[in-house]
Design a binder for this molecule. Structure first.
Ligand code: SAM
Ligand code: ZN
Length: 944
């Protein structure tokens, strides 16, 4: 730990800009002042840290006790697993009450609202969901005083959202009305197109538990979610920056041509290469950049020998020097300053110059000087994203900075006390490394700024980089942060608790079963972002690092493939499931475009016991969210709503016989689904109410609970008809159907789902929807079908339309009575046919050769025939030897897996799963489920 005291600014506030001087209350205890509160809990935390068991908790960060204590502000924030979670929930939450009658429909809203808000921009993180977007969710699902959890909280936006639900102005800014008694109203369409303000929630802060594996994530969260004296903070920050300016401002000065002293706005640095013909050094900026026209030349000339060079053909120019702190010789690529942009005091006019002798002298002096203050020198760990900087010689974290900026930053950091100033520091720091890019076009032609910051999501050192003076960046940041802090004055900090640890084990200290009222998460998505690698630079200053053992990502260096990722997510979901109260909801924001990740996430959600009630996709073109089915539409942001079945259901399910259990499951499930969905005056179809999707739910629930599915698809269909009401191809509980009927009377239009055809299953679905609306002939369907085929998966066998039709639908050949499906179509669409008898020849002629959707009885007959065909095909896959199978008919694999599972033939599932193209397996929810279950079962059984 560095010794801050010797450089202290002499301010009488030792650590936090505590808001209250007087007595404070914290989780039921009263303290004389905030410092006492802090001291009390720090002592407890410090004791706890000595307990070796405590340090064994999954996700416990890497850091010394004193550094963890230095960052922590317990009980609200501990830079390690938070030992006060239980107390926090006991004090703030409400015990689960099965009779409370909580009920909400699944909900989805745009997750990108509010990206320009100052709060959102006060501190960056690798990816963020704006708090304003999350507020809609929290208002919908919770009441004031409820406990919300975000187990992958990142920068803690869920916390801000939960706390600001108590701020009238912010709630109103989202488009709601707030009555004097705190009732929150939303404008909704009722009775046709008329709209009305209806109560949807109540004003008041919610309690929030924020957890992240990332050390810096929790640090950012805690600062966002605490309250402090912002004016004092501003004063301290300004004093600090002024002091730094006066002490080391000379490093960022340059001479104007009239002899005046200019202040540097930024300096452009360029890579130096060495010519592969003559080994002469080539300054990339001088040779390859046409600064006047903002062009980077692909081919450029060696300034020594004239050889034609490309960036590929040249070698890096290395400098070797002894690093006194690392105590080793380091070999890094050479960069030189090539352009200085500066202004004269008292004027905003900008000048530009090539560094002159004096500038070079200053830089040389800095390069040769010895740094006195502490700065991090941690070795960069090997990772999927760190090989690029390591290959440039950046082996240690200090080498990410120019010597000048490192000197300034270490000078500043050593004089910082308290987390709010540290927060300002980490917020500014992202733009102060060699990763900072320079936008040449914007610089030359104007527009958009020339300092875009580092490249997102990677650690990449550009050949031309922009170096800003830290004091300038700090001042800019301070302005943004002050705007943010002032607008979140309603955040008291008393309602939030921040913890560092793995979501696989948030309930480390005790059982937190059935304590949470709502969960909102935006978890890691496969290999999208390598959080711990990207956070390393920040964390090296904080001296507390993410423990990446449980990091839920796909990462080659960490030996984590998609199965490991799914395993970690399942484990996390299990814990979240346990902590959530029965009957409550979890929202999962999904922002990955890869279908395989999406399926793995869904599988993990189900494996943990959750039931998905709705999946909605943000429609970027039309705006708004639409319900989706299947994995194919993963082209944008998705919102998954999943629930934990309500009190008693799971127990009942265990005790009921299969048949009762099944109908109990469906009844419970239907109770969670939306009844009426309206958009732009028309009703939308709710896919989760479709009988076939309901059957899929049944199958997956039974399989996951190790029970055989007690019923065939046809029996299920008939059972639905007996017990429930069906409208427009959707199933409703008797008590729901009135509401739907009422809405149906006032809205004429029912909006169908858009189905993307990419394989046999979706093609059948597509044809079914087409024929359902209009029975028609092969010739009529064909051209439209062809149009849909462009997205068909490569590894999936493509079927002829005729095969599809024959195996799944029925053609009226023109003999016998006209089937009702066709008859009703003809009589509603052709006036002249309305009064014709069913066997009228004119009618028969019109009906002949049309394909139609069979009723459940006939459908089963067809299914049986088709299954025989599919299983024959599956047998071929089973006996296929040698290499992998290139193209497969996935329906055959699904059918074969189902049969093998029923026969407890797990090895067959595993064997075929490993032979077929892996992307098909990973992208298919059903297959992944069988495979996943087979693996567990198989290994369970081989234990005995
Ligand atoms: C998509 S980000 C969340 C961003 C957040 N929504 C925000 O607005 O800042 C996912 C987070 O999951 C965290 N994470 C990864 N593995 C984890 C685990 N096993 N337990 C808890 N958090 C984990 C990462 O550190 C990262 O911060
Ligand atoms: Zn040369």
């Amino acid at each position: 730990m560095s010794d801050n005291s010797q450089h202290g600014l002499g301010l009488n506030d030792p650590n936090q800009e505590a808001k209250q001087d007087g007595p404070v209350e914290c989780m039921g205890k009263t303290f004389a002042n905030d410092a006492e509160r802090r001291e009390h809990y720090l002592a407890l935390l410090s004791e706890k840290l000595k307990d070796p068991e405590f340090r064994k908790i999954e996700g416990f960060p890497v850091g010394e006790d004193e550094d963890i204590l230095e960052l922590s502000d317990p009980p609200y924030y501990t830079a390690c697993p938070n030992p006060f979670i239980e107390e926090f929930i006991a004090h703030n939450g409400r015990p689960y009450d099965p009779s409370e009658g909580y009920s909400r429909e699944p909900y989805a809203a745009d997750v990108s609202e509010g990206k320009t808000d100052p709060i959102y921009n006060a501190h960056s993180y690798h990816t963020k969901v704006p708090h304003k977007a999350i507020m809609h969710y929290i208002l919908h699902y919770t009441s004031p005083g409820d406990v919300v959890l975000d187990g992958f909280c990142g920068s803690g936006m869920t916390g801000i959202a939960a706390q600001l639900c108590g701020d009238r102005k912010t709630v109103e800014s989202l488009g709601y009305q707030v009555l004097n008694d705190g009732t929150v109203l939303e404008e909704k369409e009722v009775d046709g197109a008329k709209s009305k303000w209806v109560p949807i929630s109540e004003l008041g802060p919610r309690n929030v538990l924020l957890n992240d594996l990332g050390s810096v994530a929790a640090f950012i969260s805690s600062n966002y979610n605490s309250n402090f004296d912002v004016d004092l903070f501003e004063r301290r920050a300004e004093e600090l920056i002024d002091k730094v300016e006066s002490e080391i401002g000379w490093m960022y000065e340059t001479l104007h041509d009239d002899g005046g002293v200019g202040k540097i706005n930024f300096t452009i640095w360029s890579d130096v290469f060495s010519c592969n013909e003559c080994t002469g050094d080539i300054v990339f900026w001088d040779s390859a950049i046409d600064a006047e026209n903002a062009i980077v030349r692909d081919v450029f000339e060696c300034s020594h020998c004239g050889a034609a060079l490309t960036k590929r053909s040249v070698e890096r120019f290395w400098v070797t020097k002894y690093d006194p702190r690392i105590e080793e010789t380091v070999k890094v690529t050479k960069q030189v300053p090539v352009l200085i942009n500066y202004s004269l005091p008292g004027s905003s006019k900008r000048y530009e110059k090539k560094p002159d002798d004096q500038d070079i002298l200053v830089i040389k002096k800095i390069e040769e000087g010895v740094l006195e203050d502490w700065y991090p020198i941690s070795e960069i760990p090997k990772g999927d994203k760190t090989s690029e900087p390591i290959s440039c010689g950046i082996t240690n974290v200090n080498l990410f900075y120019t010597k000048r900026n490192l000197r300034a930053l270490s000078y500043i950091y050593d004089r910082i006390e308290g987390n709010s100033l540290r927060f300002l520091f980490t917020a500014a720091m992202s733009g102060l490394t060699k990763l900072n890019q320079f936008h040449l076009k914007n610089y030359v032609f104007g527009g958009g700024g020339c300092n875009p910051g580092p490249r997102k999501g990677v650690i990449y050192t550009p050949s031309i980089s922009l170096e800003s003076p830290p004091m300038k960046v700090l001042r800019d940041r301070l302005r943004t942060q002050m705007r943010a802090f002032r607008s979140k004055a309603a955040v008291t900090g008393f309602n939030s608790l921040v913890s560092v640890g793995s979501a696989t084990h948030i309930d480390h200290s005790s059982s937190l079963e059935n304590t949470l009222d709502y969960i909102f998460i935006d978890p890691p998505f496969g290999s999208n972002l390598m959080y711990s690698e990207l956070s390393f630079m920040w964390e090296s200053w904080l001296k507390v690092f993410t423990n990446n053992k449980q990091e839920a990502i796909e990462n080659k260096t960490q030996n984590k493939n998609v199965d490991v990722y799914r395993g970690l997510m399942t484990e996390s979901f299990r814990h979240l499931y346990k902590m959530l109260k029965p009957g409550r909801w979890m929202t999962i924001e999904f922002s990955n475009t890869k279908a395989h990740v999406w399926n793995n996430i869904q599988t993990a959600i189900y494996d943990a016991g959750f039931i998905v009630g709705n999946v909605s996709a943000l429609d970027k073109k039309q705006g708004g969210l639409n319900a989706i089915v299947g994995s194919t539409a993963v082209k944008q942001d998705l919102v998954i709503s999943a629930y934990k079945p309500n009190g008693g259901f799971e127990d009942r399910f265990r005790n009921e016989n299969d048949d009762d259990g099944l109908w109990d499951f469906i009844r419970t499930h239907l109770g969670y689904l939306a009844v009426v969905k309206k958009r732009d005056g028309s009703l939308s179809k709710i896919p989760e109410r479709d009988p076939r999707i309901l059957f899929d739910q049944v199958v997956s629930y039974f399989v996951r609970n190790l029970r055989d599915v007690p019923i065939s698809a046809k029996e299920f269909q008939l059972g639905l008809q007996e017990r429930f009401a069906e409208r427009d191809g959707m199933v409703f509980l008797p008590e729901q159907v009135n509401e739907y009927d009422k809405a149906r009377i006032t809205t004429a239009q029912l909006r169908q789902l858009t189905i993307f055809v990419d394989d046999e299953a979706s093609a059948i679905e597509w044809v079914r929807q087409l024929l359902f609306d209009k029975p028609q002939s092969h010739q009529d369907v064909h051209p439209r079908f062809i149009n849909e085929l462009s997205g068909w998966k490569k590894a999936e066998e493509q079927l002829e339309l005729s095969t599809l039709l024959e195996q799944n639908f029925i053609k009226y050949e023109g003999h016998g009575p006209i089937p009702p499906q066709i008859h009703s179509y003809l009589s509603t669409n052709f006036k002249e046919m309305r009064n014709l008898a069913k066997d009228d020849s004119q009618l028969i002629k019109k009906a002949k050769d049309r394909w139609y959707v069979p009723n459940p009885e006939r459908e089963e007959d067809l299914q049986k025939l088709r299954e025989r065909d599919l299983l024959k095909q599956f047998e071929e896959y089973k006996s296929h030897e040698g290499k992998k199978i290139k193209t497969v008919r996935m329906e055959a694999v699904r059918c074969g897996f189902k049969k093998a599972w029923q026969e407890r033939d797990y090895p067959t599932i595993i064997n075929v799963a490993e032979k077929i193209p892996q992307n098909l397996l990973q992208e298919d929810q059903k297959l992944l489920m069988w495979y996943d279950q087979a693996q567990t079962r198989h290994s369970d059984e081989s234990l005995f």
